[in-house]
Each structure stands twice: as structure tokens, then as C-alpha cells.
Design a protein. Structure first.
Length: 153
């Protein structure tokens, strides 16, 4: 299995689409061994995904990721573990131990949604519980009616 971390310096980048360095690790006897890296100039997400796919990436761990990019990654057959933060060593250790939920970005996990819609939520295996992401209905006031000042009244 080839694991990829979307990086900024020695930690995960806050947003996949802004990452320019991707560190690759190969699973070997219960640990992750460095297997090289990619440095990509700023480009369209589809080109970034194509580069990862051409390297044989199976799993991507990253911070936030846009819904369209998430769909492109899924279509390429790359498993995405998003909404994770932390330095690279901690992320690798947590992934190997199955404890990435402890490195969830603020506001993610514990029943809370991450991002918008189904493509932006932290996977169940990371958060433990599917969140209640953005529903597209705006804030509701008393009796379930649109509230004042929220743009939906």
C-alpha cells in the first residue's frame, strides 16, 4: 500500500488543494517507510490527482478537501482520509494505530459535521460517528421557520 500525506513543511497542509508537497510512504512490517515525495506547482485539482494516481497512491491523508476534488479522488480510486491535522510523525503513528480521530481538525468528529454535504464529512472510520454536515437549509428559528438575518427569511 502506498500512503500519501499532503504536506506543508513538516505537517499536514490545512487544505489539500493548496498543498504542493506530497510525501509518500510504503507500509512495511507494521510501520511506514519513506518512499519519496512529489513537489507539484499550483495547478488544477484534477492534475494533482492524476499525478498522485500515476505514482500509485492508494490512500491520501490530508486536511480539508473540497467536494469536487474529493469526487475526483474517489473516481481515481484513491481512498481519502480528510479533516486531519498534525505533524507528519504523529499522523503516521495515529494512522498505524487507528487513532486518527484524535487528530481531527477543530469542529470535526464527535457527532459534528465537517465541510459540506456527504463528500466533506469525515469518514465514519475516522470520526467514529457520521456528523451532521451542512444540509443546505440555512439556520432555522422557532417552529422550524427561517430565522431573521440569516439570508433565508
Amino acid at each position: 500500500m502506498l500512503l500519501c500525506l499532503a504536506c506543508f513543511e513538516n505537517r499536514l497542509a490545512a487544505l489539500f488543494e493548496n498543498s504542493q508537497v506530497f510525501r509518500l510512504y510504503r507500509a512495511d512490517k507494521g510501520r511506514f517507510v519513506p518512499h519519496g515525495h512529489l513537489t507539484l506547482p499550483p495547478q488544477e485539482p484534477s492534475e494533482m490527482v492524476a499525478a498522485l494516481k500515476s505514482c500509485g497512491v492508494d490512500v491520501l491523508i490530508c486536511g480539508a478537501v473540497g467536494g469536487c476534488t474529493r469526487r475526483i479522488l474517489a473516481q481515481a480510486g484513491i481512498e481519502v482520509v480528510a479533516w486531519v491535522r498534525g505533524d507528519l510523525e504523529r499522523v503516521l503513528e495515529a494512522y498505524g494505530n487507528g487513532t486518527l480521530d484524535k487528530l481531527a481538525m477543530p469542529g470535526c468528529g464527535r457527532g459534528q459535521g465537517c465541510g459540506r454535504g456527504g463528500y466533506g464529512r469525515m469518514p465514519k472510520e475516522i470520526s467514529g460517528v457520521r456528523g451532521h454536515g451542512w444540509s443546505g437549509q440555512g439556520r432555522r428559528g422557532p417552529q422550524g421557520k427561517p430565522g431573521p438575518g440569516n439570508g433565508y427569511a
